[in-house]
Write a protein that binds this ligand. Structure first.
Ligand SMILES: [Zn+2]
Ligand SMILES: [Zn+2]
Length: 272
């Protein structure tokens, strides 16, 4: 499995496992990975209140320095065995572009690689963590009126993330672009929002961004396919969008997840 995993969480994740870095790295070497980027959930933008019950969606701002230093040490320790890069999975939250940009201006120079993801959707004056649970997804369906409206709103938010001015350290890769399908078996969408999806891909290509080809959806009982689905990957390839495999592992044993179910012919690249 000579591939690069561009989406790996760490013990700094407040909602993931406490597996330490060595456990992830040893497992990556065992799998024969070429390298990986640690992409912890960045601290949420200043002033944003995490709507999840445990308020544990992102790492703490006070831990950023130690996070970066720790990965730098590991990079040297494992120099001969594995490429290790420092990254983050940064949330795009509508209305907090300014705060995200300020964060990236400050910490971006310490990163080799980063992902930009949409997990939070604005609905009226509130925000919901769309992928938190089927119940929260159901609340969004009620508030926005239909499953299709949730899809439309999600893709428009992803489009805003692609065109947002987040400064010169803006992440170059869009995370799990079809995350809205996480609970598709419970909330089928009669219309697949093809137009919004193709528009999103056009923007990704236009902005020269990469896509996180994320295996974790395969493991979700109500999704059972990678993010994004095969037909979307084919459309992405027509537009020459680079695809970077992401396991989105939140524990060492999840490294490599979903890889076997990705489209066989899809060329996977390293993020740099
Ligand atoms: Zn996570
Ligand atoms: Zn994510």
């Amino acid at each position: 499995m000579k591939i690069f995993d561009g989406h790996v969480h760490t013990p700094y994740c407040p909602h993931g496992s406490k597996d330490d870095f060595h456990k992830y790295i040893e497992r990556a070497i065992e799998l024969g990975l070429k390298g990986l980027t640690f992409t912890e959930h960045a601290p949420l933008p200043a002033g944003f209140t995490d709507p999840t019950p445990q308020q544990d969606s992102g790492m703490k701002l006070q831990e950023m320095e130690s996070y970066v230093a720790r990965i730098n040490d590991l990079r040297h320790e494992y120099e001969k065995d594995l490429i290790i890069k420092t990254g983050l999975e940064v949330d795009f939250i509508e209305g907090y572009e300014h705060e995200s940009r300020a964060f990236l201006d400050e910490y971006g120079p310490h990163l080799d690689d980063a992902i930009l993801s949409v997990h939070f959707l604005k609905s009226g004056a509130n925000y919901h963590c769309m992928d938190y649970s089927p119940d929260v997804f159901g609340v969004l369906v009620d508030e926005l009126g239909s499953v299709q409206n949730v899809y439309t709103h999600y893709y428009r938010t992803v489009q805003r993330s692609i065109t947002a001015d987040l400064g010169k350290n803006k992440p170059k890769r869009i995370g799990h672009m079809s995350l809205v399908m996480k609970f598709q078996k419970k909330f089928p969408n009669p219309d697949i929002n093809k137009k919004e999806i193709l528009d999103t891909l056009d923007l990704v290509a236009e902005q020269n961004l990469q896509l996180d080809y994320n295996g974790s959806g395969m493991m979700k009982p109500l999704c059972r396919e990678p993010y994004p689905s095969e037909w979307i990957v084919k459309e992405a390839l027509k537009r020459h969008i680079p695809l970077v495999y992401g396991s989105d592992a939140h524990s060492a044993k999840d490294l490599g997840q979903g890889y076997g179910q990705l489209m066989k012919e899809a060329p996977l690249t390293q993020p740099f």
